[in-house]
Structures are given as C-alpha cells and as structure tokens.
Design a protein around this ligand. Structure first.
Ligand SMILES: *Cc1c(COP(=O)(O)O)cnc(C)c1O
Ligand code: SF4
Length: 339
C-alpha cells in the first residue's frame, strides 16, 4: 500500500510581495469616488471626514465592492461617512483613556500578566470605527532609546507572561524589524506567549509569507495570532491558504470582530462568519461592542439589539463557535463580558 508523501506546502506568493501591495495599491478618496456613485454633497462631507482620518483601502478590496451599493458590508467599514461629522454626544476622542495606562511611550500595561505594544501607526486598511482613529501615533513613534526602555520595563516585571503586538498593525513592519526588535524580549524566561493582532491576513494575506513563517518557527514561545474579520465576505481562498500555513506551524488562530450596525448586525451573518472561520482553523474569540469613539456613532447598536442578537447566536451555534461578547470599560481590569 502506498501512502501519500507529506511535502512541505509552499505558499503561492513570493516572499516580501506584500510590501509592494501595501505601499503602491492604496487608493485615495478621489479614486474611490470614481469607483462608487456618491452625490456631490455627500462627497464634500466625506472629504471632510477623510481629513480627520484618511481613507486607506487596497485596490484589490475596492474591486470586490459592488459599485452601486453604498451598503456593501466591505465598503461601509472603510468609506468615510457624512455622519462622522455630526455632533456625537457621549462619543469621545480617547474612549478607553489609554493615556492612563501607558507607563512608557508605546507600551500599554492595563491587564495582569500581559502588555500591549503599539508597534507602528501603519495599517493595511483604515476602518472607520477604529477606536484608535484619534490616537496620537506621532507621540508613539518609537526611537531606539524608547524601545530599549520598553524592553527594560518588560525585563524587570516577571509577572508579564505575554507580549501583545498591536498598533496600527504590527505586521506592517518588515519581518526583519519585528525579529530585531523582539529578540531581547523573547529571550526573557518569564515571557511565555507572543500574541499578534493583525488585519493583514484578510486584507493582504501575502503578508503571511515564508520569511514570516520561518521567523515564527524559530520562536520558542507559544504564538497566538488574532485576526480581525467582521464579515463572511472577508474570508477568501487566500485567507484560508495563509491560515493553513500558520496552523501547520502550530500558531493558535483566533478572531475578533466588532459588532457594527449595517455591516454584521444579523444573526445569519454572524453565524456564517463563525462557521467559515472555523473551516479555516480560526476560533471566534471576541465580539466587541463598539468603543464610543468620536466619528463612529453611526455603527452603534442599542444594548437591547446587541443582547438579542447574541442570544440568537447562542441558540444557533455550538458553544465554541460563539465569540465572547465584550465591551471595554476604561479603568476595568479586563474586557467586560456584556451579557
Ligand atoms: C484588549 C487588551 C489586551 C488583551 O486582553 P485579552 O482579554 O487578553 O485579549 C491587553 N492589553 C490592552 C491594553 C488591551 O486593550
Ligand atoms: S486595522 Fe485595526 S488598528 Fe488599523 S484602522 Fe483597522 S481597526 Fe484600527
């Protein structure tokens, strides 16, 4: 009897091909207007919203979007909306009061046992609901001295077991840079886990290339990748290829979504998303209620609506396919389960 030979699966894209996709294919709002039909007064308002938080959307995603449907679930996440300019009572510039838990520039130490590093301000895409849309990233561009300070802080606190790379999107940094920066941290015996939060695997899956896999393989800590997918249309073949490759390397794969009005506020959509993620080896982790950041109020759902959606999801799916619905409350010791 013959057994199939298990060969190392090669990724269908070149090492570093993602860098070109990241730098050369982003479209300005004007490019977007030539792609979708928007009336003149909305264009003016959207241009103003764009000046507060600029539009960033890779061409490839734009091509997936239905030109005539301003309610397309992808487009709504990334297209500036005239409603962003309205006075939004209760919506804030820094809703999580992150400044209060920043012992060093670029380092947030809010929760026990884990620190979050704001590695970069660059993202593959700009999500209009992002709670860091007003984040003072320029104050967080790290010099090598500041990076050393971060490493020293982590070295001196042995209660820190987990380092979380965030941003912006930490995978917008080149693998060489990640490797160089993290080396001193990953050599600390008290660091048990490395977690990466990234939207690249859905937006530019080519970011998961052989070079990244090789770096990850050499790390002795457990590695967790938390992707950020909100809608089933974001789960494509290339995303699955990237997830398969990571899974083969033993990376734990989780997803977090944000519950967004007009994007994924339906039980069918959320249930399908969980099923599709699981087929790619990704477990649903968090379903975040919207952070009340200024400019995002049009994505907000009432708590009653969120609650009833969640009950319907629980009734429909096995427990492991139901993410925890959480909200972030400034000053709390963890995310708060919102049931
Ligand atoms: C969300 C968050 C974490 C991670 O929290 P988990 O519940 O472990 O996913 C860590 N630090 C900060 C500052 C956060 O906002
Ligand atoms: S990728 Fe993440 S950090 Fe970047 S804009 Fe979107 S939600 Fe914000």
């Amino acid at each position: 009897m013959q057994y199939p030979i298990l060969t190392q699966k090669r990724l269908p894209w070149q090492v570093d091909a993602w860098q070109k996709l990241l730098s050369s294919t982003n479209r300005s709002l004007n490019d977007l207007f030539s792609h979708v039909s928007v009336n003149e007064s909305d264009r003016i308002a959207m241009t103003e919203a764009d000046s507060v938080f600029n539009t960033r959307l890779p061409t490839r995603l734009l091509e997936q979007i239905d030109k005539n449907d301003l309610n397309d679930p992808l487009l709504r996440q990334f297209l500036p909306d005239p409603r962003e300019l309205m006075d939004q009572h209760d919506f804030d510039m820094d809703p999580l009061n992150e400044k209060a838990s920043q012992p060093k520039p670029g380092l947030l130490h809010k929760y026990s046992g884990r620190v979050l590093l704001v590695m970069t301000s660059v993202c593959a895409v700009h999500c209009r609901y992002c709670f860091r849309r007003h984040f003072p990233y320029t104050d967080n561009r790290l010099s090598s001295d500041e990076w050393e300070e971060i490493c020293r802080y982590i070295a001196q606190d042995e209660t820190i077991e987990e380092v979380i790379l965030s941003g912006g999107d930490p995978l917008s940094l080149k693998t060489e840079v990640l490797q160089r920066r993290l080396e001193p941290i990953l050599s600390l015996p008290h660091i048990k886990r490395l977690r990466i939060h990234s939207r690249f695997p859905v937006i530019i899956p080519e970011r998961i290339d052989e070079k990244l896999l090789e770096w990850l393989t050499g790390i002795s800590q457990e590695i967790i990748l938390v992707v950020h997918v909100n809608h089933p249309v974001e789960v494509g073949d290339s995303f699955k290829t990237a997830m398969d490759a990571l899974r083969e390397k033993g990376v734990h794969l989780l997803n977090q979504s944000v519950l967004l009005k007009g994007v994924n506020d339906s039980v069918d959509t959320l249930a399908l998303l969980s099923r599709q993620l699981f087929e790619c080896g990704v477990l649903p982790y968090y379903l975040h209620l919207l952070d009340k950041v200024k400019g995002a109020a049009h994505f907000d759902l009432s708590s009653e609506r969120a609650h009833s959606l969640y009950q319907a999801l629980l009734a429909r799916l096995p427990g492991y396919l139901v993410p925890k619905m959480v909200r972030e409350i400034a000053g709390e010791r963890s995310k708060t389960v919102a049931l």
